[in-house]
Design a protein around this ligand. Structure first.
Ligand SMILES: Cc1ncc(COP(=O)(O)O)c(C=O)c1O
Length: 298
């Protein structure tokens, strides 16, 4: 299988050929926004919603894109096409570029756009994403949206990475973090949902508003499953009948243990299974999808 194609400096290259300056403010200041979508059976999922969120992240970080949205749409489709992938993980990323060495003025950066398509990746491996994971409620606080607006998808992820270490230290697979107000936020790369009395609830603030989360909302609405976005206290995890997470790189993913304590009977819950099954069946059928060739021929 192809290991993917990267678009960098206006050229399509193999991943091992892609190089960036160590002076890019993406590395020096963590000054980066990005977005990730996926192709499934060559259907690119919600391409315009991802481009729209990417555009909002770029504006939110006061970056200046060297490419228009239409050009970026074509570039990501071209990456999938050239990589020859059916199922792909598709990333677009914008850094502020190199700031001249005698200044710290972020306005002087020359923004750099990089995109790539690599084989579809499951955040915890396919088996755990489909059947269940053991999460740890971290003691590390998610950075406040007052400091870094989490609606803008960004690489300032030290809190998320440290929480993952903490989870591993406790024998768990990954973590969940609370925000400055003590309420639940999200995990390192996914939104979280708690099911109680047949109702699905998910945190409403200090989070990245996931596109998969929107898809969960849509599926709940069409299936008549009660759904709400609100403050979720971490104690609710202990009272949950089911817990699940959502992300582009894994879809709808059951949580079957919390700090190694079983949720429900320790198997993926009935509601979680229903939403997960629908999500993947619809993805196979091209739900909210755009064919790679339609972007390229458009
Ligand atoms: C912090 C964070 N929250 C949530 C998500 C899920 O977003 P999406 O469903 O758009 O992939 C991600 C995805 O990478 C993320 O990094």
């Amino acid at each position: 299988m192809s290991d993917g194609i990267v678009f960098i400096d206006g050229k399509y290259v193999r991943p091992e050929e892609a190089r960036m300056s160590i002076f890019d403010s993406g590395f020096v200041w963590g000054d980066v926004v990005y977005d990730v979508t996926s192709a499934w059976k060559r259907w690119i999922f919600k391409i315009d919603e991802h481009l729209e969120r990417f555009h909002q992240s770029i504006e939110g970080f006061r970056l200046v894109s060297p490419y228009s949205v239409d050009e970026m749409r074509r570039i990501i489709a071209e990456c999938v096409e050239r990589a020859g992938l059916e199922d792909a993980y598709i990333k677009m990323q914008m850094t502020r570029g190199v700031i001249p060495s005698q200044t710290r003025d972020p306005r002087l950066g020359d923004c750099q756009f990089v995109a790539y398509a690599t084989p579809y990746a499951w955040i915890w491996g396919e088996e755990k994403c489909r059947n269940g994971v053991n999460l740890y409620l971290s003691s590390i606080e998610r950075v406040s949206s007052k400091a870094i607006d989490q609606r803008f998808k960004n690489y300032d992820r030290a809190d998320l990475v440290q929480s993952r270490f903490e989870a591993y230290d406790h024998g768990c697979d990954d973590s969940l973090l609370c925000g400055p107000d003590g309420n639940l936020t999200e995990g390192p790369g996914y939104n979280v949902f708690v099911v109680r009395a047949g109702k699905v609830s998910t945190p409403d603030s200090n989070i990245l508003e996931g596109i998969t989360r929107r898809s969960v909302r849509e599926l709940c609405e069409t299936e008549g499953i009660p759904y709400e976005e609100r403050k979720v206290h971490p104690d609710e995890l202990n009272e949950a009948e089911e817990i699940f997470c959502s992300t582009t790189a894994g879809g709808v993913m059951p949580v079957t243990q919390l700090d190694s304590r079983l949720i429900g009977n320790g198997h993926k819950g009935i509601l979680t299974s229903r939403i997960q099954e629908l999500y993947w069946r619809k993805r196979e059928e091209g739900w909210h999808g755009t064919r790679v060739e339609d972007v390229l021929n458009g």
